[in-house]
Design a binder for this molecule. Structure first.
Ligand SMILES: Cc1cc2nc3c(=O)[nH]c(=O)nc-3n(C[C@H](O)[C@H](O)[C@H](O)COP(=O)(O)OP(=O)(O)OC[C@H]3O[C@@H](n4cnc5c(N)ncnc54)[C@H](O)[C@@H]3O)c2cc1C
Length: 371
């Protein structure tokens, strides 16, 4: 609770939970062992977003922009990212804005080794996987891997809740990366030698290979007919037509020999490979999906994965929380995702990868300075 005296936040109080030795991200006991209260001249809220609370995500879902919220989603954040403090601050008199602005991903897979409940991992895809909606229609530009998150989210939800990547062994080796520090031990080791060994070496990274072998959403098969049979076994309520899938892949493969390819995705792959960095570590050499020499074939069922809240507590440029009538709520500041990374939504409706931590640090510095 926020303690409010004569319209000013004068401190906070709450429950002390049982001690725990659980690793970061795991759910912990809610057993209450006592309570606490602190008086303070200034309180800065930095309690994060709402992505772990799917009921809250659905309640604020921007149906007008993205369509109906999915009934099933995977959680891209731990369950403590529950929006509890948003409601406590609102009840104390704070204003919240832009709560319908969210940044969720289309490429979520169930973690075979979960840390938190319903733990989903986002695939950061290179440009070559073929992307099909739940009905088996290949999605058109700009709904290509790694292109336009919110447009693709809307496109997927217009016909179903999940989508499919179909790719080859060559593509998974070069183009699949996974989001999350535990999925990237080479980067977190702080050693460039580790990064180069893992990313430029043969095969997929060990983390990607583990998902390929153990992930509930991954299917590996030597031929396209077996692949599609197993895809339909995984989603019996939304089967795809094998002939339709094969015809679309063959049409795409047929454009590879055309230097003026009419396939937007092939043009994009060639564009990506014109940049040395992408060519080296991110984009497979264009090849026929249906040629067994490039196999085995891989299908990945992709789920909507909740991640970032772009709205939240309304603050001014000093990080001070405002009340619904626009007045400063004395004594209360906010920073980070709880206030949409600053101000109650400084990104607008869209976001760029990597601008979140920057917004947390920047808004934290501002709120700290002014408090
Ligand atoms: C897998 C993953 C990958 C990401 N990748 C990127 C990236 O590449 N680039 C980027 O910019 N951003 C990325 N993000 C987003 C970024 O990490 C978050 O937006 C950022 O960490 C939010 O920071 P925060 O301090 O506002 O909130 P959090 O880090 O969520 O911290 C909030 C803290 O408040 C505590 N808390 C919450 N409620 C209460 C309560 N009622 N009482 C007491 N304590 C409470 C929580 O336990 C938590 O410790 C990623 C996020 C995830 C999950």
């Amino acid at each position: 609770a926020l303690d409010v005296t004569d319209g000013r936040v004068t401190g906070l109080s709450g429950e002390v939970l049982a001690d725990t030795t659980k690793p970061r991200g795991e759910s912990t006991s809610r057993e209450v062992t006592g309570d606490f209260s602190y008086a303070a001249d200034s309180v800065i809220l930095t309690t994060g977003g709402i992505g772990g609370n799917h009921d809250m995500v659905r309640r604020h879902w921007p149906t007008d922009r993205l369509g109906q919220p999915p009934k099933t989603m995977v959680a891209g954040v731990p369950d403590y990212v529950d929006g509890q403090m948003h409601e406590i601050a609102r009840a104390a008199g704070a204003d919240l804005i832009n709560e319908d602005r969210m940044w969720h991903y289309c490429e979520g897979v169930q973690n075979w080794d979960p840390i938190w409940p319903n733990h989903g991992i986002r695939i950061l895809p290179g440009p070559s996987s073929l992307w099909f909606d739940a009905k088996g229609d290949r999605m058109e530009a700009p709904c290509l891997p790694g292109f336009d998150t919110l447009s693709t989210l809307r496109r997927i939800l217009s016909v179903g809740e999940h989508s499919w990547f179909i790719l080859t062994q060559k593509i998974i080796e070069k183009e699949f990366a996974l989001s999350g520090s535990e999925q990237n031990p080479d980067f977190t080791s702080g050693k460039w030698s580790e990064v180069l060994k893992t990313r430029l070496g043969k095969g997929a990274t060990p983390a990607v290979e583990a998902f390929k072998q153990k992930g509930a959403d991954f299917i590996v098969a030597d031929d396209i007919d077996s692949l599609i049979t197993r895809m339909n076994a995984l989603t019996p309520d939304a089967p795809v037509d094998p002939a339709h899938i094969k015809a679309q892949i063959a049409a795409r493969d047929g454009q590879l020999t055309n230097p003026f390819a009419k396939d937007a995705q092939i043009t994009a792959i060639r564009g990506a490979r014109a940049y040395r960095g992408d060519k080296l570590i991110r984009t497979a050499k264009p090849h026929a999906i249906l040629d067994p020499a490039n196999g085995p074939l891989i299908a990945v069922r992709l789920n909507i994965l909740t991640r970032k809240s772009l709205g939240g507590l309304h603050t001014d440029i000093q990080g001070r929380v405002l009340t619904p009538d626009g007045a400063v709520f004395d004594g209360l500041y906010a920073a980070g995702e709880v206030c949409g990374f600053g101000g109650g939504g400084y990104h607008g409706y869209n976001a760029l990868e990597g601008t979140f931590l920057g917004g947390c640090i920047f808004s934290g510095r501002i709120a700290g300075d002014n408090a």
